[in-house]
Design a protein around this ligand. Structure first.
Ligand code: UDP
Ligand code: MG
Length: 325
């Protein structure tokens, strides 16, 4: 069989500390794959600089000058992991038969890429890398992630458990992905929707090799919340149901308190009054907030802004693609 062209896409944001090692290791792996005749000699590594403020681009550019296997895509500013990844995938798609996405920090076991490719040759269009355990994560991160998966599952979103964005996609799969034009693209939820034949490879996730996480708690929570509200309106429905329940409850208590007032000897308490004010007020605020969240999403989508803009410095690419999706 003809060897297929593979591109490894690596989104990088302020990764100067780890990048030199990443470049060497990925290059080594690619050499092995080429020597084993698993992938074509035209295979490449595409580094996407997501508007880094440190020497990340400098490192990528210098490597590109002396390494024919390296391509560099520079985005005009920081657009976030998901969009940087998309920029890389859509650019790589034109140049390759299959694309592997991997983080720059060497947390994912790069040796697994070989298994990805083998499964691709078996006829899978998408191969998901799934972490065996989460030992390297803190208890907090583990439990919040678990909660997130549970919520998503309850809402009927088809997520692959413990899979981050370490996966192989065929050219055909990426082409279909491009047709999902929403601005708030939550890749882990969208990719399974493509629906092609897929498989899973298990691996051990390691500690970040160097540098710091670009996903502090605040960003992580925002990411999870975006994921949830991008996929379902059931949170709003849930609030509606709570609202209805508390409405009927307050009717019931209203009648109860009135009965007490006329036939009993109690003074209607201040406590119950103030409690119900707070309760209903709170519910209303929650509901308004949630609605606002969705309205905000509609607002964002309606603008149809480009997800990223490619900088002129990019090199080793056929033509920069300016996305106006
Ligand atoms: N990243 C990016 N843009 C950003 C934030 C992160 O391209 O705005 C990249 C980052 O360089 C890394 C990957 O996305 O290659 C995952 O980020 P990180 O490892 O910090 O996340 P974590 O593994 O801690 O969830
Ligand atoms: Mg990481």
């Amino acid at each position: 069989m003809m060897e297929q062209v593979l591109t490894i896409v690596v989104p990088c944001y302020n990764e100067e500390e780890v990048l030199p090692v990443t470049i060497v290791q990925l290059q080594q792996l690619l050499n092995e794959l080429i020597n084993e005749r698993l992938v074509s000699k035209q295979s490449k590594i595409l580094f996407v600089d997501d508007g880094s403020q440190d020497r990340t681009w400098e490192l990528i550019y210098k490597e590109g000058l002396r390494n024919e296997y390296v391509r560099g895509l520079k985005l005009s500013r920081n657009v976030g992991h998901q969009n940087a990844l998309l920029a890389g995938l859509f650019t790589a798609m034109e140049l390759s038969d299959c694309v592997v996405s991997i983080d720059a920090d060497l947390q994912d076991d790069i040796k697994v890429i070989r298994e990805f490719v083998l499964k691709f040759y078996d006829g899978n269009e998408i191969v998901y890398g799934v972490r065996k355990g989460r030992d390297t994560d803190t208890l907090f991160k583990r439990s919040t992630a678990q909660g997130f998966y549970k919520i998503m599952e309850k809402m009927g979103v088809d997520l692959v458990y413990n899979h981050a964005d370490f996966r192989l996609m065929s050219k055909r799969a990426v082409q279909e992905l491009e047709r999902f034009s929403e601005v708030n693209l939550f890749l882990r939820g969208i990719v399974p929707l493509i629906g092609f034949r897929s498989d899973v490879v298990y691996y051990d996730r390691l500690e970040r090799h160097a540098g710091e996480t670009k996903y502090p708690l605040k960003k992580m929570l925002a990411f999870a919340f975006d994921g949830i509200t991008s996929f379902s309106v059931s949170p709003i429905r849930f609030v509606l149901i709570i609202g209805l329940v508390s409405f009927f409850l307050s009717l019931f208590f209203g009648v109860y308190f009135l009965t007490l007032k006329f036939f009993g000897n109690t003074e209607t308490g201040w406590t119950s009054l103030i409690t119900s004010i707070w309760l209903i007020g709170g519910l209303q605020l929650i509901a308004i907030g949630l609605i606002g969240e969705y309205v905000g999403k509609i607002y964002k989508e309606s603008k149809q802004r480009p997800k990223y803009i490619v900088d002129i410095d990019s090199f080793n690419l056929p033509k920069p693609r300016h996305h106006l999706l």
